[in-house]
Every structure is written in structure tokens, then in C-alpha cells.
Design a protein around this ligand. Structure first.
Ligand code: DAT
Ligand code: MG
Length: 171
């Protein structure tokens, strides 16, 4: 079996319900390594790019509001915790621990089965995002993380020079 990487997000409902520790504990059962992690305030643009394959679905606007934490009133629930995990057969194994997309159909021992719900507006609040195939994992990891934010170069990189680029530094 091959070593794979994937993106896991603890979505705003997981953050708001203080489930970060419980989720990471469940994920740790798979004995994989975290090779990148950070907290991200989710912009509309990032949300749209992340879920672009679902742009024609009727629930797309609600899905963007959810991943941006807007349905929880914005700050401090406007963020997600993002992780890159690496391990043998990582995608299938982590998706099993995450559970089915619909939290009501998910195994009750899975993260989504234990902690997810469907809102009265029909949004699946399913607590975590988990990449579902290798090409999607690569696209998502490259969308959420810069090369220097991951401890290994898991994909080829190139050096670029950006002229006159402003950066914020610690004062
Ligand atoms: P997954 O997150 O299991 O990979 P997906 O990529 O098909 O599932 O959908 C992305 C998210 O969109 C999913 O986590 C919850 C939401 N979603 C999917 N299908 C839905 C539906 N029929 N009604 C409401 N939300 C849905
Ligand atoms: Mg998906």
C-alpha cells in the first residue's frame, strides 16, 4: 500500500463545539503523522475554490456560509483548523474514521456520526472535511498550504521571485 497525504479540516462547528481534542484523538487511532497544521480564517474566495466541484448544487451558498462560520455569527467562529496527514492508505482510512457525508447515515462511532447533525435548513454540519481521492488531496493541500508550511516537500516546488512584494513582519 502506498503512502498518501490528505487534507483534514476541523470545520467551524467542530471548533465552536470545542471538539478539536476529541477529533484529533479519534484521528490518532490511525497512527499517521501530521506534516502541516494551522488555523485559517476562511475567505469567500478560499471557500469557493475549496468547494468548486459543488458550485451548481442548491446548497452551495449555505455550504460557503458554513465553512466560513457565518451561520455561527462570524468571529470567533469564522475559522477552521487545517491539517495535512500522511500515512499508508491514508485517504480511505481517514475517511472511515470521519464517517459518511450525511451525519445521520454515518457510523455512530465515526466523527461525523458522533458529532454531526443536519440543521433545520438542511445543511450537513459534519464537523470535518477529509479529502476523498489522491488528485483531490493534492489540489486541496496546495490550495490551503504553502510549500514552506509543510515539513517535507511532498510535491515538486519551484523558486519564484516576486518584485516589490509587501509583507507584514513583526514590529
Ligand atoms: P465529503 O465532505 O464527504 O467529501 P462532498 O465532497 O460530497 O462530501 O460534499 C462536501 C460537503 O458538502 C459535505 O461535507 C457536506 C455538504 N453536502 C454534501 N451533500 C449535501 C447535501 N445533499 N445536503 C447538504 N449538504 C451537503
Ligand atoms: Mg468531498
Amino acid at each position: 500500500m502506498a503512502v498518501e497525504q490528505l487534507l483534514i479540516l476541523i470545520k467551524p462547528d467542530g471548533v465552536k463545539k470545542s471538539l478539536t481534542g476529541n477529533i484529533l484523538t479519534k484521528l490518532s487511532e490511525a497512527r499517521m503523522v501530521i506534516i502541516g497544521s494551522k488555523t485559517v480564517k476562511v475567505s469567500r474566495e478560499l471557500a469557493e475554490k475549496h468547494y468548486w466541484q459543488l458550485k451548481d448544487k442548491p446548497f452551495f451558498p449555505e455550504l460557503l456560509d458554513y465553512i466560513q462560520g457565518k451561520i455561527f455569527g462570524g468571529a470567533p467562529w469564522d475559522r477552521v483548523l487545517a491539517f495535512v496527514y500522511q500515512g499508508e492508505d491514508a485517504i480511505a482510512r481517514m475517511r472511515k474514521i470521519a464517517g459518511a457525508t450525511n451525519p445521520e447515515e454515518a457510523d455512530p462511532i465515526s466523527i461525523r456520526g458522533a458529532y454531526g447533525r443536519i440543521t433545520t435548513k438542511g445543511v450537513y454540519e459534519n464537523v470535518v472535511h477529509c479529502s476523498s481521492e489522491i488528485s483531490e488531496a493534492e489540489r486541496e493541500i496546495k490550495l490551503w498550504f504553502k510549500p514552506e508550511e509543510i515539513v517535507y516537500n511532498i510535491y515538486p516546488t519551484k523558486e519564484i521571485t516576486i518584485e516589490n512584494k509587501k509583507e507584514t513582519a513583526w514590529a
